[in-house]
Design a protein around this ligand. Structure first.
Ligand code: FES
Length: 308
């Protein structure tokens, strides 16, 4: 069986929608892949060494392949461009995972809100639930750009909202009519996530694909960091990240997105008060000050002590 870290081969590449490539990944020997649950994602190392995270959007019961859907983002940082231009059938990709930071919690009823490629983690969730217990509001630039729309079209409870002909999804109307205990799951662009967050006071689960907006200044002010296990005290200069500073003496420290959204660099705080700039930790976790994402986090005081 495929383990947490592995190399998988691209079995097929298909066009899922305008600008969206679908990949099926498999173990080169045909071995079963590691199990996963709806909401899970893979960390993918591309041929160039670039690391990206993609949601699994296939069927968890199919242990022979992992399905990914990747939107080509012209203004992105190059990962999706590489998937669209340099990855093909037979390409071998490095894989870590599956990981799940977006699990489906038990609820009586669900509303799923997807914006564009944000549909990917929601697809397996929808498929795992009984009909009648969920509805989906799925917005996209145009019908042609909305991946998996044919798969979804036959399911009851699906509302497709192509912006070019129908405008933006009417969140006020949809959310106002929901029972308060509805679990709302939202994945898509930051504007959509914010709009839902502003309108829904009930159970809300969101996943961000890119860097989330951070509160307060980032990269301002220097401070000291003590790496307790390593026995070193370092100066984090203004304008440098804590992660970059730590990597000088702990080269193997885990990290991936460097934008505060993947959770890979989470580090225990032993003393001091972290200044959070990530979108991984909940408000309670941030307030506790016991853990932080060192790729974007800094210190509120003169010294931070980390369990590194
Ligand atoms: S490396 Fe992704 S949250 Fe820090």
């Amino acid at each position: 069986m495929t383990t947490l870290t592995d190399r998988l081969v691209v079995r097929s590449v298909v066009r899922e929608a305008e600008g969206v490539r679908g990949l099926l990944l498999a173990d080169p020997t045909g071995a079963d892949l590691a199990p996963w649950e709806p909401g899970a994602h893979l960390e993918v190392t591309l041929p160039s060494g670039t690391i990206r995270h993609y949601s699994l959007c296939g069927d968890p019961a199919d242990r022979s392949t992992y399905r990914l859907g990747v939107l080509r983002e012209a203004a992105g940082r190059g990962g999706s461009e590489e998937i669209h231009t340099a990855v093909d059938e037979g390409t071998v990709l490095g894989i870590r995972g599956p990981f799940n930071r977006f699990p489906l919690v038990p609820a009586e009823r669900y509303l799923f809100v997807a914006g564009g490629i944000g549909i990917t983690p929601l697809l397996p969730m929808i498929r795992s639930l009984p009909p009648g217990s969920w509805s989906l509001l799925y917005g996209g630039r145009s019908l042609g750009s909305m991946a998996y729309r044919e798969e979804l079209a036959g399911l009851p409870g699906v509302t497709l909202v192509p912006q070019d002909t129908a405008g933006l999804p009417d969140l006020d109307a949809v959310l106002a009519g929901l029972p308060a205990d509805t679990a709302v799951y939202c994945c898509g662009p930051e504007g959509l996530l914010r709009a839902v967050e502003e309108r829904w006071a009930g159970p809300l689960h969101t996943e961000r694909f890119g860097a989330a907006p951070v509160e307060g200044p980032s990269g301002e002010g220097g401070f000291e960091v003590e790496l307790r296990r390593t026995g070193r005290i370092l100066r984090v200069e203004a304008g440098r990240t804590l992660l970059d500073t730590v990597r000088e003496v702990v080269p193997g420290v885990a990290y991936s997105c460097e934008e505060g959204w993947c959770g890979t660099c989470e580090t225990k705080v032993l003393a001091g008060t972290p200044e959070h700039h990530d979108s991984v930790l909940g408000e309670d976790e941030k307030a506790s000050g016991t853990t932080m994402m060192i790729c974007v986090g800094r210190s509120r005081g003169g010294r931070l002590v980390l369990d590194l």
